[in-house]
Write a protein that binds this ligand. Structure first.
Ligand code: C5J
Length: 222
């Protein structure tokens, strides 16, 4: 077993059973004109996560370790979009509407794709998910089991929505989950800080947290 120094205590992992999960680094959340902005958010706040996420991704690629990317998006016919999700709030454009990057959060549209800076490489997994969590109505669980993974490192946006939801789902399924604190961002800095506290409180009730340099150092040593 190998060790990454983390909060609330060391994260112990099996180098043959660790994978990276990159949550929803999509143009619709990260770039102007997408879903995030239609909800009234300042999408520029998320961009701080890109350079650390690039370093983390590169470390996994160099080590030959599995990488799974997720995209929150829906089928073009909206058959997997609950009316409650489509009609909620008062966005300037709703899911499925035509926007400057194609139809908002629709599979296959430019906006739903992953930003060029973190684009999946050949051989990496890409999961389209209709919910906030990556396990709901997807093949995520089967992919993790097929790869024999037991420990997961998480990066992505937004911290307290899709990242935290997926970490909670993974934790309930028996995975040890470590959040890369500078490779995740929120439109609400206070929510990001609170999410990290919620994850690591009570002896790591949901999981662990560490910054990318520490994680990469731990991977190199492992
Ligand atoms: C949101 C996500 N924030 N990927 N989705 O609606 O966190």
């Amino acid at each position: 077993m190998a060790v990454i120094s983390a909060q609330p205590f060391d994260f112990t992992y099996d180098p043959k059973a660790i994978g990276l999960v990159m949550i929803d680094f999509q143009r619709d959340f990260m770039e102007p004109g997408g879903f995030g902005e239609t909800l009234g958010n300042d999408v520029s706040l998320l961009r701080a996560a890109i350079p650390p996420a690039q370093r983390l991704l590169q470390a996994f690629r160099v080590a030959g370790l599995p990488v799974i990317h997720t995209r929150e998006c829906h089928k073009p016919d909206l058959s997997d979009l609950p009316e409650a999700k489509r009609s909620r709030g008062n966005p300037s454009l709703r899911i499925g509407d035509d926007g400057p990057m194609g139809r908002i959060l629709i599979s296959g549209q430019p906006g739903a794709d992953i930003i060029p800076e973190l684009y999946p490489a050949d051989g990496e997994y890409v999961i389209d998910k209709p919910g906030k969590g990556a396990f709901y109505a997807t093949e995520f669980s089967e992919i993790l089991q097929g790869l024999g993974l037991k420990q997961l490192i998480f990066a992505g946006v937004t911290t307290e929505v899709c990242v935290q939801t997926t970490m909670r789902e993974a934790n309930d399924r028996g995975y040890d989950c470590l959040l890369a604190t500078d490779a995740t961002e929120s439109y609400f800095p206070a929510f990001k800080a609170s999410a990290i506290q919620m994850i690591t409180a009570q002896g790591g009730i949901v999981g662990w947290a560490a910054d990318v340099d520490t994680i990469v150092g731990g991977l190199d040593a492992g």
